[in-house]
Design a protein around this ligand. Structure first.
Ligand code: PLP
Length: 267
């Protein structure tokens, strides 16, 4: 007999829609499905973009977005929340309110500020809102190095910037190193840094792959969200997320003439 009860953990995603299908909500749905979870999704913004660059975006209707979030949080057993593109200060404030109503659900924050190929998905007001309203509620945030520098502009090193966000209440930070190789780093490797509020630091090194990949940050944060929803620790979730993402981009493909897309079904 087929049982109707599900053992898949449900992850609620707040994120933007990318019509190329490479990043945003579709990347989250693919990743969460491929890693064994169920994705419930609230769209924060619609974007206009190709596989080359973002051309524009339009935040969704605030009331509708709040209603969608409330209905899903009341109905489904949400085991983790993943936040990607936020779209506007007002939507950021609404997500903040919803998170405060459910303080026990672990939050993975991917502070999406621009598209991988170029083009902004935020403005200065939104960066400040993400920093003050969402960073303190995250179990883990996954900025790349340039996002970290915008969120913590005072810091003069990755560790100092990370420490600033942790002092604001962020549980841990996985700072990805694909975007800005530092001098002295091996060019054929990427170096990611996990900083935890306990003071523990862990370094991850992976082989650098040859292309630019659209949706790799979404893949990382969503795979971490599934692992946290399964009850894994932040360090286990970060380790699994990095491995899943590397495998997805190693099997990446180029559907258009711009960035390559991860293949999330080839883990
Ligand atoms: N969310 C949306 C809607 C996007 O369009 C993008 C990038 O274009 C992202 C998130 C972040 O993409 P990545 O995973 O490449 O950082």
């Amino acid at each position: 007999m087929i049982s109707s009860s599900s053992t898949k953990p449900t992850i609620l995603v707040f994120g933007g829609h990318d019509p190329t299908g490479g990043a945003g909500i579709q990347a989250d749905i693919e990743t969460i499905g491929a890693t064994g979870g169920h994705a419930a999704t609230v769209v924060t913004a619609l974007t206009v973009q190709s596989s080359h660059a973002v051309e524009g975006f339009h935040p969704t209707t605030l009331d509708l977005m709040i209603q969608q979030g409330r209905v899903v949080l009341d109905d489904l057993p949400i085991a983790a929340i993943k936040i990607g593109m936020v779209g506007s200060v007002e939507i950021c404030e609404a997500i903040h309110t919803l998170l405060n109503e459910h303080p026990d659900i672990p939050v993975v924050l991917d502070p999406v500020l621009h598209g991988g190929g170029g083009g902004t998905l935020s403005d200065d007001g939104l960066v400040e809102a993400i920093r003050t309203l969402l960073i303190p509620l995250a179990a883990i945030a996954t900025p790349n190095r340039s996002e970290l520098a915008r969120l913590a502009p005072e810091g003069d090193s990755l560790q100092a910037c990370g420490a600033e966000l942790i002092s604001m209440g962020c549980g841990s930070l996985l700072v990805t190193g694909t975007d800005h190789p530092l001098s002295g780093e091996a060019p054929d490797q990427v170096h990611h840094l996990l900083l935890q509020s306990s003071g523990e630091t862990r370094h991850f090194r992976q082989q650098r792959l040859p292309h630019h990949y659209h949706g790799s940050g979404c893949t990382l944060s969503s795979s971490i969200a599934t692992a946290l929803a399964e009850g894994k620790t932040v360090e286990e979730a970060a380790t699994e997320g990095l491995e899943f993402t590397w495998n997805s981009i190693a099997h990446g493909y180029q559907p258009g003439s711009g960035q390559h897309f991860p293949d999330r079904y080839r883990d």
